[in-house]
Design a protein around this ligand. Structure first.
Ligand code: PAF
Length: 279
């Protein structure tokens, strides 16, 4: 496995190795089984797989969240080597952003609802780093987890707007045994919080399986009431939205492709999750 810290190094590697196809898995490190599942899919579909590890300051609207974001580069490199990842790109902030970037994107409603509303500037920061990484790596395919479904929608829109020849591939959420969606942030949960966080999955499951028994409003109430019973959990938002446009709905007949989305504070850790609603 090759590890590069600079743009120059990785680009020279690509010039010399001339890979037929590059699969790319961008990450912020603190890798877990969910990330490795993306590496595995990429390895099946491409000549070489590149993983980047970069905690992107531009996408953190909360400075404390950036400071507390888990970092463990040695363990990450070991996991990537075990997964037979070909190349790892670990740039510094200076390497990624040598010049001031103030670009403002417009993704419409995709970036203004839910995460966009609660984390102002977040998706603009994600778009900045992804545009830069795509420009450096020039992948044929890039892989993202569906846990960050809204991010996946924004990145698909980014690629469309920039007319980039890159296929964006969403991969299924990987869950822990108790149903909690895998996330780097789970590392920050205490054992009790980790247990409490499994309630998110239970409530989402209930919502996803009860479309035919209740109205949208009733299920929204159910979700909020269910989680509020646990003192460690505070729901930031819960929405049922169209899976393509991400427009939140109030009535079932508004669209057919429906996904339930939530962000929940578990102690001091903010977790997001989503689930497709079964018809
Ligand atoms: O999902 C993440 O880990 C990050 O948002 C990403 C896509 C690597 C961009 O920094």
């Amino acid at each position: 496995m090759q590890v590069f810290k600079t743009v120059k190094e990785i680009q020279i590697y690509f010039i010399n190795s001339k890979p037929k196809s590059i699969g790319f898995v961008p990450t912020m490190g603190a890798l877990h089984v969910g990330h490795i599942s993306l590496i595995n899919v990429s390895k099946k579909q491409n000549n070489i797989t590149v993983c980047s590890i970069f905690v992107n300051p531009k996408q953190f609207n909360n400075p404390e969240d950036l400071i507390k974001y888990p970092r463990n580069i040695d363990a990450d490199l070991e996991k990537l080597a075990n997964a037979n990842c070909d190349v790892v790109f670990v740039p510094s902030v200076e390497e990624m952003y040598p010049n001031k970037i103030e670009k403002e994107y417009n993704f419409g409603i995709l970036s203004t609802v839910m995460e966009g509303e609660h984390r102002p500037g977040h998706f603009n920061g994600v778009a900045i780093v992804i545009e830069r990484l795509f420009d450096i790596i020039k992948p044929n395919k890039a892989y993202f987890g569906e846990k960050d479904f809204q991010q996946l929608s924004v990145i698909k829109e980014l690629v469309k707007q920039l007319k980039l020849p890159i296929k964006i591939i969403g991969c299924p959420i990987i869950r822990e045994d108790n149903g909690l969606a895998m996330s780097s942030r789970n590392e920050r949960l205490t054992k009790i919080e980790h247990n409490a966080a499994s309630e998110i999955n239970k409530a989402l499951k209930y919502v996803s399986q009860n479309k035919n028994n209740y109205s949208v409003l009733e299920l929204k109430k159910y979700f909020n009431n269910y989680l509020s019973k646990n003192k460690l959990l505070t729901t930031e938002y819960f929405e049922i939205a169209d899976g393509n446009s991400l427009t939140p709905i109030n009535h079932w007949n508004e669209t057919e492709y429906l996904i339930a989305f939530t962000a929940v504070m578990v102690g001091g850790v903010r977790l997001i999750d989503n689930m497709t609603i079964i018809n």
